[in-house]
Design a protein around this ligand. Sequence first.
Ligand code: NAD
Length: 344
Amino acid sequence: MLNLETLKTRYIDLPTMTKYLKSVGSENVISRLIPYLEDDYSRWNDFHKIPRTAHHSDIGVLELMPIGDSKTYSFKYVNGHPGNPKHNFLTVMGIGLLADVSTGFPLFLSELTLTTAIRTAATSVMAAKYLAKPNPKKMALIGNGCQSEFQALGFHHVLGIEEIYCYDVDPSATDKLMNNLKDVKNLKLIKCNSTKEACKGVDIITTVTADKKNAIIITPDMVEPGMHINGVGGDCPGKTELHSEVLHMGDVYVEFEPQSRIEGEIQHMSKDFKVTEIWNIIKTGKPIDRKPDEITIFDSVGFALEDFSILRLMYDIAKDENIGVPQSLVPILENPKNLYGLLR
Ligand code: NAD
């Protein structure tokens, strides 16, 4: 006899995820996610990888991000519409699914808007852990929208960043960020009047702006020796943040080169412009041997593996802590050839 109760898909909706993250703190989930990301990036060759499929319009993009190994498969549905906040929608919204490769059974369905912000921050922090100078204390945070608090919390709690210099073309976005994080201990947030002001003297520059154009947020004069640049907002054809000269100032690291050539900052560069996929560094288990003046650039676009990692983590948490609701999303039948029997 089948135990139908155990053969259900675990489902975490937005209110359930919100409640969970509030109870444990986003920074703790960012911190728990980093080893999952490191494990998965270290197993790079176990995965079947493709660039995400993108459905573009003049004002945004709708994407599917699939990936799998021999045991588990996942995909995320996500959009990117920089003009959405004007219409009360978020720029980035997502949902995701984890499935069992041996049967195709959907194991776990989850909200992936809050958790995309978490996995993006965790990926940024992981990259900086391996690429940035040791003990960074100051960061510029350019673009103070939905992703920004998660980036700030991740860099503060995991990497020990103590001062964050914030700038957004919309000053109310910076006020929101500073207000949301005003009670975080030992973190100083400084509101700046320009990107240039925010970047002066910092160890790390994080850009997380949204504009459907080839914006030039960071110019060569803002980049100082020894800096690490974490470029997060340029993630679509025709949507970038760094002056192309900046990419020549240091070594450039990407997630999955075929996707980054289409969507990343390097979309402007020739095919022979050298980049390193970050898994090559992660699998060594130790930071690069960087010279004090060396400049490093993480050209992040967001790769399906990062969604695989957060879905894997949240599924483990959901099972261990009994979070979310088991749902009947696909039939489990006594006679698996009798689908019509459901309707009789
Ligand atoms: P959001 O719309 O909530 O915030 C973006 C902010 O950027 C806004 O406050 C806007 O005023 C500001 N901005 C726009 N142009 C600017 C400029 N020239 N200088 C300073 N600030 C500027 O969007 P979000 O959810 O925070 O996402 C930010 C970006 O990150 C988007 O482009 C999104 O596609 C990208 N993103 C990337 C990843 C990844 O993995 N790499 C993941 C999630 C989101």
